[in-house]
Write a protein that binds this ligand. Sequence first.
Ligand SMILES: *Cc1c(COP(=O)(O)O)cnc(C)c1O
Length: 395
Amino acid sequence: MQVYADSAATTAMSQTAINAMLPYFDKIYGNPSSLHSVGQRAREALDAARETVAQCLGCEPREIIFTSGGSEADNQAIISAARWGEKKGKKHIITTAFEHHAVLHTLAKLEKEGFEVTYLDVREGHNVTAQQVKDAIRPDTCLVTTMYANNEIGSVLPIPEIGAVCKEAGVPFHTDAVQAAGHLHINVKEQNIDMLSLSAHKFHGPKGVGALYVRKGFPLVNVIEGGAQERGKRAGTENLPGICGMAAALKEACDHIDENMPRVAAMRDRLIAGLSKIPHSAVNGDLTHRLPGNVSFCFEGIEGESLLLLLDAKGVCASSGSACTSGSLDPSHVLLAIGRVHDVAHGSLRLSLSEYNTDEEIDHILEVVPEVVQYLRNMSPVWRDLQTGKRQYIL
Ligand SMILES: *Cc1c(COP(=O)(O)O)cnc(C)c1O
Protein backbone atom coordinates (compact mmCIF):
# COMPACT_ATOMS: atom_id res chain seq x y z
CA MET A 1 0.00 0.00 0.00
CA GLN A 2 1.25 3.47 -0.89
CA VAL A 3 -0.19 6.26 1.24
CA TYR A 4 0.37 9.87 0.29
CA ALA A 5 0.20 11.89 3.51
CA ASP A 6 2.09 15.00 2.43
CA SER A 7 -0.68 17.19 1.02
CA ALA A 8 0.65 20.29 2.79
CA ALA A 9 3.74 20.00 0.55
CA THR A 10 1.70 19.51 -2.60
CA THR A 11 -1.35 17.64 -3.85
CA ALA A 12 -2.26 15.45 -6.79
CA MET A 13 -4.22 17.38 -9.40
CA SER A 14 -7.93 16.76 -9.60
CA GLN A 15 -9.31 15.39 -12.86
CA THR A 16 -11.54 18.48 -13.06
CA ALA A 17 -8.49 20.74 -12.93
CA ILE A 18 -6.61 18.69 -15.52
CA ASN A 19 -9.60 18.77 -17.88
CA ALA A 20 -9.94 22.51 -17.37
CA MET A 21 -6.32 23.04 -18.45
CA LEU A 22 -6.15 20.85 -21.54
CA PRO A 23 -7.86 23.14 -24.10
CA TYR A 24 -5.37 25.91 -23.34
CA PHE A 25 -2.33 23.97 -24.54
CA ASP A 26 -3.38 23.47 -28.15
CA LYS A 27 -6.88 24.73 -28.95
CA ILE A 28 -7.01 28.05 -27.16
CA TYR A 29 -3.32 28.86 -27.25
CA GLY A 30 -3.51 32.58 -27.97
CA ASN A 31 -1.89 35.36 -26.03
CA PRO A 32 -4.60 37.18 -24.06
CA SER A 33 -2.94 40.48 -24.99
CA SER A 34 -3.35 39.87 -28.74
CA LEU A 35 -6.11 41.79 -30.47
CA HIS A 36 -7.04 39.03 -32.94
CA SER A 37 -9.72 36.45 -32.34
CA VAL A 38 -7.33 33.70 -31.22
CA GLY A 39 -5.99 36.03 -28.55
CA GLN A 40 -9.44 37.21 -27.60
CA ARG A 41 -10.61 33.66 -26.91
CA ALA A 42 -7.71 33.35 -24.49
CA ARG A 43 -8.66 36.70 -22.97
CA GLU A 44 -12.20 35.46 -22.35
CA ALA A 45 -10.88 32.39 -20.54
CA LEU A 46 -8.58 34.56 -18.44
CA ASP A 47 -11.47 36.84 -17.47
CA ALA A 48 -13.67 33.86 -16.61
CA ALA A 49 -10.94 32.34 -14.40
CA ARG A 50 -10.49 35.65 -12.60
CA GLU A 51 -14.24 35.85 -12.01
CA THR A 52 -14.26 32.31 -10.57
CA VAL A 53 -11.35 32.95 -8.20
CA ALA A 54 -12.93 36.24 -7.09
CA GLN A 55 -16.23 34.51 -6.36
CA CYS A 56 -14.47 31.87 -4.25
CA LEU A 57 -12.85 34.59 -2.13
CA GLY A 58 -15.77 37.02 -1.98
CA CYS A 59 -14.09 39.87 -3.83
CA GLU A 60 -14.23 41.61 -7.21
CA PRO A 61 -12.39 40.17 -10.24
CA ARG A 62 -10.25 43.29 -10.57
CA GLU A 63 -8.92 42.65 -7.07
CA ILE A 64 -7.21 39.43 -8.22
CA ILE A 65 -3.65 39.33 -9.61
CA PHE A 66 -2.39 36.03 -10.97
CA THR A 67 1.13 35.08 -9.89
CA SER A 68 3.55 32.17 -10.20
CA GLY A 69 2.43 30.82 -6.81
CA GLY A 70 2.19 31.50 -3.12
CA SER A 71 5.77 32.67 -2.69
CA GLU A 72 5.48 35.38 -5.33
CA ALA A 73 2.13 36.55 -3.95
CA ASP A 74 3.62 36.80 -0.44
CA ASN A 75 6.61 38.75 -1.74
CA GLN A 76 4.47 41.18 -3.69
CA ALA A 77 2.01 41.82 -0.88
CA ILE A 78 4.71 42.49 1.70
CA ILE A 79 6.96 44.60 -0.55
CA SER A 80 3.92 46.65 -1.64
CA ALA A 81 2.88 47.40 1.93
CA ALA A 82 6.48 48.25 2.86
CA ARG A 83 6.79 50.76 0.01
CA TRP A 84 3.43 52.27 0.91
CA GLY A 85 4.52 52.55 4.54
CA GLU A 86 7.89 54.01 3.70
CA LYS A 87 6.22 56.92 1.90
CA LYS A 88 4.21 57.66 5.03
CA GLY A 89 7.23 57.32 7.31
CA LYS A 90 5.89 54.03 8.71
CA LYS A 91 8.48 51.26 8.86
CA HIS A 92 7.14 48.79 11.40
CA ILE A 93 5.68 45.40 10.42
CA ILE A 94 3.96 42.81 12.60
CA THR A 95 4.09 39.11 11.81
CA THR A 96 4.31 35.80 13.69
CA ALA A 97 7.30 33.65 14.54
CA PHE A 98 5.94 30.66 12.58
CA GLU A 99 5.35 32.13 9.10
CA HIS A 100 6.44 30.43 5.89
CA HIS A 101 9.90 31.36 4.62
CA ALA A 102 8.32 33.24 1.69
CA VAL A 103 7.16 35.74 4.33
CA LEU A 104 10.06 35.51 6.77
CA HIS A 105 12.80 35.91 4.16
CA THR A 106 11.01 38.84 2.53
CA LEU A 107 10.76 40.50 5.93
CA ALA A 108 14.44 39.79 6.64
CA LYS A 109 15.30 41.67 3.45
CA LEU A 110 13.21 44.63 4.63
CA GLU A 111 14.89 44.54 8.05
CA LYS A 112 18.24 45.03 6.29
CA GLU A 113 16.70 48.14 4.72
CA GLY A 114 15.81 49.54 8.12
CA PHE A 115 12.30 48.20 8.70
CA GLU A 116 11.51 46.96 12.19
CA VAL A 117 9.63 43.66 12.45
CA THR A 118 7.74 42.36 15.50
CA TYR A 119 7.50 38.55 15.53
CA LEU A 120 4.52 37.55 17.66
CA ASP A 121 5.14 34.73 20.10
CA VAL A 122 3.35 31.47 19.31
CA ARG A 123 4.27 29.37 22.34
CA GLU A 124 0.95 29.90 24.11
CA GLY A 125 -1.53 27.48 22.55
CA HIS A 126 0.71 27.18 19.47
CA ASN A 127 -1.21 30.11 18.02
CA VAL A 128 -1.57 33.89 18.24
CA THR A 129 -4.48 35.99 19.47
CA ALA A 130 -5.98 39.14 18.01
CA GLN A 131 -5.11 40.81 21.32
CA GLN A 132 -1.41 40.14 20.68
CA VAL A 133 -1.75 41.86 17.33
CA LYS A 134 -3.63 44.75 18.91
CA ASP A 135 -0.98 45.22 21.58
CA ALA A 136 1.80 45.21 18.98
CA ILE A 137 0.29 47.84 16.67
CA ARG A 138 2.07 51.21 16.80
CA PRO A 139 1.50 54.52 15.04
CA ASP A 140 4.29 53.58 12.60
CA THR A 141 2.95 50.09 11.76
CA CYS A 142 2.50 49.76 8.00
CA LEU A 143 1.53 46.08 7.78
CA VAL A 144 0.26 43.11 9.74
CA THR A 145 1.03 39.85 7.93
CA THR A 146 -0.05 36.59 9.57
CA MET A 147 -0.69 33.28 7.91
CA TYR A 148 -4.25 31.96 7.78
CA ALA A 149 -3.14 28.50 8.85
CA ASN A 150 0.27 27.06 9.59
CA ASN A 151 1.70 24.60 7.07
CA GLU A 152 3.71 22.55 9.57
CA ILE A 153 1.57 22.31 12.70
CA GLY A 154 -1.88 23.12 11.34
CA SER A 155 -2.88 25.93 13.71
CA VAL A 156 -5.65 28.08 12.21
CA LEU A 157 -5.23 31.70 13.22
CA PRO A 158 -8.12 33.95 14.35
CA ILE A 159 -8.14 35.75 11.00
CA PRO A 160 -11.52 37.59 11.20
CA GLU A 161 -10.56 38.90 14.66
CA ILE A 162 -7.09 39.99 13.51
CA GLY A 163 -8.73 41.58 10.46
CA ALA A 164 -11.11 43.54 12.70
CA VAL A 165 -8.23 44.78 14.89
CA CYS A 166 -6.28 45.91 11.82
CA LYS A 167 -9.30 47.61 10.30
CA GLU A 168 -9.96 49.54 13.48
CA ALA A 169 -6.33 50.66 13.67
CA GLY A 170 -6.20 51.48 9.95
CA VAL A 171 -3.30 49.07 9.34
CA PRO A 172 -3.22 46.99 6.12
CA PHE A 173 -3.64 43.27 6.78
CA HIS A 174 -2.13 40.55 4.58
CA THR A 175 -2.63 36.84 5.12
CA ASP A 176 -0.74 33.93 3.57
CA ALA A 177 -3.74 31.66 3.03
CA VAL A 178 -1.89 29.05 1.01
CA GLN A 179 -2.84 26.26 3.44
CA ALA A 180 -6.37 27.54 3.96
CA ALA A 181 -7.70 28.24 0.47
CA GLY A 182 -9.97 25.44 -0.67
CA HIS A 183 -9.90 23.94 2.83
CA LEU A 184 -11.57 26.61 4.97
CA HIS A 185 -14.32 29.12 4.19
CA ILE A 186 -12.69 32.39 3.21
CA ASN A 187 -14.45 35.67 2.56
CA VAL A 188 -12.01 38.56 2.34
CA LYS A 189 -14.65 41.26 2.84
CA GLU A 190 -16.38 39.69 5.83
CA GLN A 191 -13.00 38.79 7.36
CA ASN A 192 -11.50 42.27 6.80
CA ILE A 193 -8.55 40.99 4.77
CA ASP A 194 -6.75 43.57 2.60
CA MET A 195 -4.37 41.18 0.86
CA LEU A 196 -4.36 37.40 0.59
CA SER A 197 -2.02 34.88 -1.07
CA LEU A 198 -2.98 31.47 -2.38
CA SER A 199 -1.35 28.73 -4.41
CA ALA A 200 -3.07 26.25 -6.74
CA HIS A 201 -0.98 23.16 -6.00
CA LYS A 202 -2.13 23.04 -2.36
CA PHE A 203 -5.75 22.41 -3.41
CA HIS A 204 -5.38 19.88 -6.24
CA GLY A 205 -4.50 22.47 -8.86
CA PRO A 206 -1.31 22.80 -10.91
CA LYS A 207 2.10 23.87 -9.59
CA GLY A 208 3.62 27.22 -10.46
CA VAL A 209 0.46 29.31 -10.33
CA GLY A 210 -1.19 31.29 -7.57
CA ALA A 211 -3.08 34.47 -6.89
CA LEU A 212 -2.87 37.61 -4.83
CA TYR A 213 -6.06 39.33 -3.74
CA VAL A 214 -5.57 43.04 -3.10
CA ARG A 215 -8.35 45.28 -1.84
CA LYS A 216 -9.02 47.86 -4.55
CA GLY A 217 -7.21 51.10 -4.01
CA PHE A 218 -4.24 49.60 -2.22
CA PRO A 219 -1.10 50.54 -4.19
CA LEU A 220 0.62 47.39 -5.44
CA VAL A 221 4.30 47.48 -6.37
CA ASN A 222 5.61 45.20 -9.12
CA VAL A 223 8.08 42.49 -8.25
CA ILE A 224 8.28 41.46 -11.92
CA GLU A 225 8.69 44.31 -14.39
CA GLY A 226 7.81 44.19 -18.07
CA GLY A 227 4.57 44.27 -20.03
CA ALA A 228 1.25 45.60 -18.85
CA GLN A 229 -0.39 42.28 -17.91
CA GLU A 230 -2.45 42.06 -14.72
CA ARG A 231 -3.35 45.76 -14.83
CA GLY A 232 0.35 46.57 -15.06
CA LYS A 233 1.04 44.99 -11.70
CA ARG A 234 2.57 41.69 -12.76
CA ALA A 235 4.39 41.44 -16.07
CA GLY A 236 4.71 38.35 -18.24
CA THR A 237 2.40 36.47 -20.60
CA GLU A 238 -0.24 34.82 -18.45
CA ASN A 239 0.06 31.11 -17.64
CA LEU A 240 -3.37 30.47 -19.08
CA PRO A 241 -3.50 26.67 -18.66
CA GLY A 242 -2.30 27.06 -15.08
CA ILE A 243 -4.71 29.88 -14.30
CA CYS A 244 -7.69 27.95 -15.72
CA GLY A 245 -6.60 24.83 -13.84
CA MET A 246 -6.32 26.82 -10.63
CA ALA A 247 -9.76 28.40 -11.03
CA ALA A 248 -11.36 25.00 -11.66
CA ALA A 249 -9.55 23.41 -8.70
CA LEU A 250 -10.45 26.27 -6.36
CA LYS A 251 -14.11 26.22 -7.33
CA GLU A 252 -14.27 22.44 -6.96
CA ALA A 253 -12.58 22.59 -3.54
CA CYS A 254 -14.69 25.50 -2.26
CA ASP A 255 -17.94 23.96 -3.49
CA HIS A 256 -17.20 20.78 -1.51
CA ILE A 257 -15.64 22.11 1.70
CA ASP A 258 -18.63 21.19 3.87
CA GLU A 259 -18.74 17.72 2.41
CA ASN A 260 -15.01 16.91 2.29
CA MET A 261 -13.49 18.60 5.29
CA PRO A 262 -15.46 16.88 8.08
CA ARG A 263 -14.35 13.53 6.65
CA VAL A 264 -10.72 14.70 6.42
CA ALA A 265 -10.92 16.02 10.00
CA ALA A 266 -12.27 12.68 11.20
CA MET A 267 -9.26 10.90 9.65
CA ARG A 268 -6.98 13.50 11.25
CA ASP A 269 -8.56 12.96 14.66
CA ARG A 270 -8.20 9.20 14.38
CA LEU A 271 -4.50 9.61 13.62
CA ILE A 272 -3.97 12.06 16.47
CA ALA A 273 -5.75 9.78 18.94
CA GLY A 274 -3.88 6.69 17.77
CA LEU A 275 -0.40 8.21 17.63
CA SER A 276 -0.85 9.95 20.99
CA LYS A 277 -0.65 6.48 22.54
CA ILE A 278 3.04 6.34 21.63
CA PRO A 279 4.84 7.11 24.90
CA HIS A 280 6.95 10.28 25.16
CA SER A 281 5.27 11.94 22.22
CA ALA A 282 3.53 15.30 21.84
CA VAL A 283 1.12 16.80 19.35
CA ASN A 284 2.21 20.08 17.80
CA GLY A 285 -0.22 22.86 16.95
CA ASP A 286 -3.55 24.17 18.15
CA LEU A 287 -5.86 21.23 18.84
CA THR A 288 -9.14 23.15 18.54
CA HIS A 289 -8.37 25.60 15.76
CA ARG A 290 -6.69 23.22 13.37
CA LEU A 291 -6.51 22.50 9.64
CA PRO A 292 -8.71 19.50 8.84
CA GLY A 293 -5.78 17.63 7.28
CA ASN A 294 -2.91 18.33 9.66
CA VAL A 295 -1.30 15.85 12.06
CA SER A 296 1.99 16.93 13.63
CA PHE A 297 3.95 15.09 16.31
CA CYS A 298 7.27 15.09 18.08
CA PHE A 299 8.62 11.74 19.27
CA GLU A 300 11.40 11.89 21.80
CA GLY A 301 14.61 9.93 21.23
CA ILE A 302 14.42 9.58 17.46
CA GLU A 303 15.47 11.50 14.41
CA GLY A 304 12.80 12.67 11.98
CA GLU A 305 14.81 12.04 8.83
CA SER A 306 15.30 8.32 9.61
CA LEU A 307 11.64 8.07 10.51
CA LEU A 308 10.66 9.45 7.10
CA LEU A 309 12.93 7.07 5.21
CA LEU A 310 11.64 4.02 7.06
CA LEU A 311 8.04 5.17 6.65
CA ASP A 312 8.62 5.62 2.94
CA ALA A 313 9.96 2.06 2.76
CA LYS A 314 6.68 0.95 4.36
CA GLY A 315 4.63 2.92 1.86
CA VAL A 316 3.91 6.11 3.82
CA CYS A 317 4.94 9.45 2.31
CA ALA A 318 5.18 12.01 5.09
CA SER A 319 7.29 15.00 6.04
CA SER A 320 9.23 16.12 9.07
CA GLY A 321 8.54 19.81 8.73
CA SER A 322 8.06 21.95 5.70
CA ALA A 323 9.46 20.72 2.40
CA CYS A 324 11.81 23.70 2.50
CA THR A 325 13.48 22.83 5.79
CA SER A 326 13.69 19.11 5.22
CA GLY A 327 17.05 18.21 3.80
CA SER A 328 18.77 20.69 6.10
CA LEU A 329 19.94 19.66 9.56
CA ASP A 330 18.48 22.67 11.34
CA PRO A 331 15.27 21.86 13.18
CA SER A 332 12.17 23.57 11.89
CA HIS A 333 11.81 27.23 12.91
CA VAL A 334 8.12 26.51 13.51
CA LEU A 335 8.78 23.79 16.08
CA LEU A 336 11.38 25.97 17.79
CA ALA A 337 8.89 28.87 17.78
CA ILE A 338 6.29 26.85 19.68
CA GLY A 339 8.96 26.08 22.26
CA ARG A 340 10.16 22.61 21.30
CA VAL A 341 13.83 22.21 22.25
CA HIS A 342 16.28 21.14 19.50
CA ASP A 343 16.44 17.44 20.47
CA VAL A 344 12.66 17.10 20.51
CA ALA A 345 12.15 19.20 17.37
CA HIS A 346 14.44 16.81 15.48
CA GLY A 347 12.03 13.93 16.10
CA SER A 348 9.11 15.45 14.26
CA LEU A 349 6.57 13.98 11.89
CA ARG A 350 3.95 15.75 9.81
CA LEU A 351 1.18 13.75 8.15
CA SER A 352 -1.02 15.97 5.99
CA LEU A 353 -4.20 14.59 4.50
CA SER A 354 -6.65 15.52 1.80
CA GLU A 355 -10.04 14.24 0.70
CA TYR A 356 -8.18 11.75 -1.51
CA ASN A 357 -7.06 9.74 1.54
CA THR A 358 -9.12 6.79 2.78
CA ASP A 359 -9.86 5.14 6.11
CA GLU A 360 -7.84 2.09 5.04
CA GLU A 361 -4.84 4.33 4.55
CA ILE A 362 -5.27 5.74 8.04
CA ASP A 363 -5.32 2.16 9.38
CA HIS A 364 -2.05 1.50 7.57
CA ILE A 365 -0.40 4.63 9.02
CA LEU A 366 -1.61 3.71 12.50
CA GLU A 367 -0.04 0.32 12.10
CA VAL A 368 3.37 1.34 10.78
CA VAL A 369 4.21 4.57 12.65
CA PRO A 370 4.30 3.04 16.17
CA GLU A 371 6.39 0.10 14.85
CA VAL A 372 8.90 2.35 13.13
CA VAL A 373 9.18 4.72 16.12
CA GLN A 374 9.88 1.74 18.40
CA TYR A 375 12.41 0.30 15.95
CA LEU A 376 14.31 3.58 15.82
CA ARG A 377 14.19 4.02 19.58
CA ASN A 378 15.63 0.55 20.08
CA MET A 379 18.67 1.62 18.05
CA SER A 380 19.00 5.10 19.54
CA PRO A 381 21.75 5.85 22.11
CA VAL A 382 19.69 8.87 23.22
CA TRP A 383 16.71 6.64 23.93
CA ARG A 384 18.94 4.25 25.93
CA ASP A 385 20.18 7.18 28.05
CA LEU A 386 16.60 8.30 28.61
CA GLN A 387 15.58 4.84 29.73
CA THR A 388 18.53 4.34 32.06
CA GLY A 389 17.98 7.77 33.60
CA LYS A 390 21.26 9.23 32.32
CA ARG A 391 19.14 11.78 30.52
CA GLN A 392 15.82 13.31 31.54
CA TYR A 393 12.72 12.91 29.42
CA ILE A 394 11.35 16.17 28.11
CA LEU A 395 8.08 14.79 26.74
C1 LIG B 1 3.39 26.08 0.04
C2 LIG B 1 3.32 27.35 0.80
C3 LIG B 1 3.82 28.56 0.27
C4 LIG B 1 4.54 28.63 -1.04
O1 LIG B 1 3.68 28.46 -2.12
P1 LIG B 1 4.32 28.13 -3.57
O2 LIG B 1 3.18 28.18 -4.50
O3 LIG B 1 4.91 26.77 -3.45
O4 LIG B 1 5.34 29.19 -3.84
C5 LIG B 1 3.67 29.71 1.02
N1 LIG B 1 3.07 29.70 2.22
C6 LIG B 1 2.58 28.57 2.76
C7 LIG B 1 1.90 28.63 4.08
C8 LIG B 1 2.69 27.36 2.08
O5 LIG B 1 2.22 26.24 2.62
